[in-house]
Design a protein around this ligand. Structure first.
Ligand code: ADP
Ligand code: MG
Length: 382
């Protein structure tokens, strides 16, 4: 049972590779989040955006240089890592090679002088949950990658902590095993209900696992929201492009009255979008964002949005085919029918529904029109 609270948390390293100092020298800045008890929170963002630093501050392995971290209301700044009742699982989980699986899992408890019976009980319980009971006598070198990862999870599980911190725990596994293990971790969380922070740079992992997702960039939170809201109502162009595969397409567009247009495309705007652009001032330019799954072949779809260009790439994936169409400097990706009768070099006419268009400020990249959308949560900042 734990509620973890981060208030205005920041981390500044004295010297940071690739950064010159000044206002953007912080590895993490203005981090604000209050978990629910038992929540599964995912931190996602590109490499170097501050995910691990945030985790290490929660664990107490790094001191935050500003702000406050509270666990169940208690400020933990003076609490040693081992007394925070937190268990971590890392990408490089380094099992002790000379110890059996049993002793790898029991080690932390034995250090704390936990009674032998209790150690045995907890290791066996964890092994059962993780389906590694039959491996307890083996040494790590006799395990597959997936089995080793389970042992690393088991090592955290036996400690029965009030918070789990998992930092890219699946990155060393191959794609198939990663998909399997992420479902396993989700099941584990449902069963144990322990508040969990999970770090990944993989948006699919974030979307499938997180109850709430914190999207980070350059040490700053971009948006905190549910998977659905991140996809439907990204607060800025970064989040819009980061969440969803293949990524949202972006085109610079000019607008006039009720029409948005650019080289090779045009669409009429709904009243809500017109109002949003009106609020943007005198500027006649904005970013148009449209997801690949919202582009359709024009002869099979009626929608006022039109886009036309030469096909440069065709990728049949089985259930769908991805086509990339040249629009000026940009290659626009469209998710089309499996049996696409189009050749490279053909001109392809695409159509879309303007209601699926996202609009962004040309300078700030902020999403336009969100303030008039009552469903948007106001907690996050761009
Ligand atoms: N011990 C350190 N000393 C100096 N800079 C660091 C240290 N650890 C991380 N950084 C820097 O802090 C930023 C965030 O790093 P990190 O939290 O590891 O990112 P992520 O886990 O999202 O990839 C990066 O610019 C990184 O280079
Ligand atoms: Mg990291």
């Amino acid at each position: 049972m734990a509620i973890v609270e981060l208030k205005d948390v920041a981390k500044r390293y004295d010297s940071m590779p690739g950064k010159k100092g000044g206002e953007h020298a912080n590895a993490v800045e203005d981090f604000n989040l209050i978990t629910r008890d038992g929540e599964f929170v995912v931190l996602v963002g590109p490499s170097g955006c501050g995910k691990s630093t945030t985790m290490r501050m929660i664990a107490g392995l790094e001191h935050n240089t500003a702000g406050e971290i509270r666990i169940n209301g208690q400020d933990v700044s003076a609490v040693e890592p081992r007394d925070r009742d937190i268990a971590m699982v890392f990408q490089s989980y380094a099992l002790y090679p000379h110890m059996s699986v049993y002793h790898n899992m029991a080690f932390a408890l034995e250090l704390k002088k936990t009674p032998k019976d209790e150690v045995k009980k907890r290791v066996q319980e964890a092994a059962k949950i993780l389906d590694i009971e039959h491996l307890l006598d083996r040494k790590p070198r006799a395990l597959s990658g997936g089995q080793r990862q389970r042992v690393a999870l088991g090592r955290a599980l036996v400690r029965q902590p009030q918070v789990f911190l998992m930092d890219e725990p699946l990155s060393n596994l191959d794609a198939r095993l990663r998909v399997e293990m992420r479902a396993e971790i989700t099941r584990l969380h449902r069963r144990l209900g322990v508040t969990t922070f999970y770090v990944t740079h993989d948006q699919t992992e974030a979307m499938t696992m997180g109850q709430r997702i914190v999207v980070m960039r350059d040490g700053r939170i971009q948006q905190i929201d549910t998977p659905y809201n991140l996809y439907e109502r990204p607060l800025n162009r970064f989040v819009a492009g980061f969440i969803g595969t293949p990524s949202m397409n972006f085109l610079q567009a000019d607008y006039q009255g009720d029409t948005l247009r650019g080289e090779g495309f045009s669409c009429s705007l709904n009243p809500h979008q017109q109002a949003a652009l009106g609020d943007a001032g005198q500027r006649a330019r904005c970013w148009l964002g449209i997801r690949p799954e919202h582009l359709h072949q024009a002869d099979t779809f009626t929608g006022s949005g039109r886009l036309e260009g030469a096909v440069e790439v065709i990728e049949p994936l089985g259930p769908v085919t991805m086509a990339q169409v040249r629009i000026g400097e940009t290659l626009v990706t469209a998710q089309l029918a499996a049996h696409l009768e189009v050749q490279i070099g053909d001109t392809l006419a695409l159509a879309f529904d303007p209601d699926h268009v996202h609009l962004f400020d040309i300078d700030s990249d902020r999403t336009l029109g969100l303030e008039t959308d009552p469903a948007v949560s106001a907690q996050a900042t761009a």
